[in-house]
Write a protein that binds this ligand. Structure first.
Ligand code: PHE
Length: 493
C-alpha cells in the first residue's frame, strides 16, 4: 500500500501544521503509487474547496518498494451511538462462521459489525446503483457479488505475487482474523480462484473490502471495490480488436485518433512481461484501456468532453500497469488501477493458454462524485433522509440535510515503541463510531533527552443527523483517553 518510501513523502516531514490545514500530506502520499507526469500546472481548480474528497484518493495496493521494515432510524434522529467497547471474545463469528482469537487478531467488533451490511447489494443504495450501471456497460461479464470477506493471506497476497515483506501485509494496514486469514483488502484477492474455475472468461466481482486507515471524510475502514477481469485466447483477442472500430483505429500507427491511449506509450519502467510477445501485450493493453475509457465515458456521459489520462503505475500482479485519471471539475481524479495480468497468475490458475487484463475501482469514490455525496460516512447511514433520495437506475444529486455543528477535542500523549496512528484510529472508531468525522495529527515531537515521542491528535466530532452536546462529546473523549492508555500503553499528557 502507499506508505512512506516514495520520494514524495519527504513531504511528510514538512511542518505538520501546514499539512493539517491543507490535507496535503495525505494527498501527496496517496498519489505515490503512480509514476506521475509533471503536475498539471493549468489554472487553479475553480472549486478546489468544493470537492474536498477529490484531493484524498483511496490508496491502491501498489508501491513496489514499500516494505514492512519501512515502516435505521426512520423519522426521528437516531439516539447517540452506544459504543461497543466489548473486547473481542476468544471465540467470535464473522457472518456466522466461527473463529478463535489469536495473537495476530486485530479485527474489532466495530469492523466485524460491518460485514453483514453489503451496501453493494442493497437496492436503491447509491453503491448498488453505480454497480449496476457498470455491470450494464459490460453485459457479457458475469457478475459475482457475494463472496465471503474472510480470505487467506495466500489469496489476498501470495496468489497475486506480493513479496513477503510488502507493506500491505502489515498488521498496521490490514485486519487480521488470525495468522493466516484477513478481511480482504481488495477484490483482487479472488482473481485466482475465479480464474481457476474457468467458467467465466469475463467477470465483474464486487465486494466490501477492509483497510486499517486514517479517519476523514473520504476514508472509511470498509469500502466497496469492483474488479473486472477479461481473458482471451490469442485468436479471440486479435479478432475482438480487429472487429472493434475504435480499437482498430487506436491500434494502428497511422491513426489520426486523438485517443489518450496513444499518448501513454509503454516504457521500460512499465514493461511488457517476458512471457508476452509485443503483439500480445499491446493488444491486451489496447483492449483493456479502450474498454475502460468507454465505460468511464458512459458513466460521465453528461460531460462529452471528459479528459482522461493514463498514469504508469505498479501492481505486483499486472504489467504493464496503469491508473486512470479524469479531469473532473478542474481536478485530476484517480478512478481506477488496471493492467495486463501477470502470465504466471494465469499459468498457475489453469489458464496457460490465455492472456488477460484486470482492473479494480473504488465504488465510493466514484459514487461521491456522481451523486455529490460529501462524506463517506453517509453511505452507511440508515437515515431515511439519506436513503429515500436514491432510486434504482437514477443518478441524482444528493440534497444535504442540514450540516450539524462540529466539536473538536485534542488529545496528547507519549507514545510507546511500536505505536501506529492506525491503532489509535481504531480506538476512536470503536468509541465514537460514525461520530468521528476526522482525526488529524496536529503535533509531534521527540523529547531531546528521553527520546520519547509525543503526539497530539485533534478529533472532530460531528454527527450526520443531529447536534451533539458538549457533555456527550466529553464523555466519548474520556473513553478514548482511557482506552488509549489501557490498550495502546500511551502516557497521557
Ligand atoms: N487491487 C488493486 C488495489 O486495490 C487495484 C487493481 C486491480 C489493480 C486489478 C490492477 C488490476 O489497489
Amino acid at each position: 500500500m502507499l506508505r512512506p518510501v516514495c520520494r514524495r513523502t519527504a513531504m511528510a516531514a514538512a511542518p505538520l501544521a501546514a499539512n493539517v490545514r491543507t490535507g496535503c500530506c495525505r494527498n501527496v502520499r496517496a498519489l505515490c503509487s503512480a509514476r506521475h507526469p509533471p503536475t498539471n500546472t493549468g489554472s487553479p481548480p475553480p472549486i478546489a474547496s468544493y470537492l474536498p474528497y477529490l484531493s484524498s484518493p483511496r490508496r491502491f495496493l501498489s508501491t513496489p518498494a514499500a516494505t514492512l521494515q519501512d515502516s435505521a432510524s426512520p423519522h426521528h434522529p437516531p439516539s447517540p451511538p452506544k459504543p461497543d467497547l466489548k473486547a473481542l471474545p476468544n471465540k467470535f463469528t464473522i457472518l456466522g462462521r466461527p473463529y478463535t482469537r489469536h495473537a495476530h487478531t486485530n479485527v474489532t467488533p466495530t469492523i466485524i459489525s460491518k460485514t453483514d451490511r453489503r451496501l453493494h447489494l442493497q437496492p436503491n443504495h447509491p453503491i448498488n446503483i453505480l454497480k449496476r450501471r457498470i455491470e450494464s456497460h459490460f453485459p457479457s461479464f458475469t457478475p459475482i457479488d457475494s463472496l465471503d470477506p474472510v480470505v487467506t493471506t495466500q489469496q489476498n497476497f501470495d496468489s497475486l505475487l506480493f513479496p513477503p515483506d510488502h507493506i500491505g501485509r502489515a498488521a498496521t494496514d490490514t485486519y487480521y482474523v488470525n495468522a493466516n486469514q484477513v478481511l480482504r483488502t481488495h477484490t483482487s484477492a479472488h482473481q485466482a480462484e475465479v480464474l481457476r474455475r474457468r467458467e467465466d472468461e469475463a467477470f465483474l466481482l464486487t465486494a466490501d473490502v477492509y483497510r486499517r486507515d486514517e479517519i476523514d471524510v473520504s476514508h472509511y475502514p470498509v469500502f466497496h471495490q469492483m474488479e473486472g477481469v477479461r481473458t482471451f485466447s490469442r485468436s479471440e483477442l486479435e479478432r475482438e480488436v480487429m472487429q472493434d472500430p475504435v480499437m482498430k483505429d487506436s491500434g494502428s500507427s497511422s491513426s489520426s485518433s486523438s485517443s489518450s491511449i496513444q499518448g501513454a506509450v509503454l516504457s521500460p519502467t512499465n514493461p511488457i512481461q517476458p512471457a508476452h510477445t509485443r503483439t500480445d501485450a499491446l493488444l491486451v493493453d489496447l483492449h483493456l484501456r479502450t474498454s475502460l475509457e468507454s465505460m468511464v465515458r458512459s458513466l460521465f456521459r453528461e460531460d462529452p468532453d471528459l479528459q482522461i489520462r493514463w498514469i504508469e503505475a505498479y501492481f505486483p500482479f499486472t504489467s504493464p500497469s496503469w491508473e486512470m485519471e479524469v479531469l473532473y471539475r478542474g481536478q485530476w481524479l484517480e478512478l481506477l488501477g488496471c493492467g495486463v495480468i501477470q502470465q504466471s497468475i494465469l499459468d498457475s490458475s489453469n489458464n496457460a493458454d490465455r492472456v488477460g487484463w484486470a482492473f479494480g475501482l473504488g465504488l465510493e469514490r466514484i459514487a461521491m462524485v456522481m451523486f455529490d455525496i460529501p462524506d463517506i460516512r453517509l453511505f452507511w447511514s440508515r437515515d431515511e433522509r439519506f436513503l429515500n433520495q436514491f432510486k434504482a437506475g437514477d443518478i441524482v444529486k444528493f440534497q444535504p440535510f442540514s450540516k450539524f455543528p462540529v466539536c473538536y477535542k485534542d488529545i496528547s500523549f507519549w507514545c510507546p515503541d511500536g505505536f501506529h496512528d492506525n491503532d489509535f484510529a481504531d480506538i476512536v472508531r470503536d468509541v465514537a463510531g460514525d461520530m468521528a468525522e476526522d482525526v488529524k495529527l496536529i503535533d509531534k515531537f521527540q523529547h531531546p533527552k528521553t527520546k520519547k515521542t509525543s503526539r497530539c491528535f485533534r478529533i472532530n466530532y460531528r454527527s450526520m443527523d443531529r447536534t451533539c452536546t458538549n457533555e456527550e462529546v466529553d464523555q466519548i473523549q474520556d473513553q478514548v483517553r482511557r482506552l488509549a492508555e489501557e490498550k495502546l500503553g500511551v502516557e497521557l499528557r
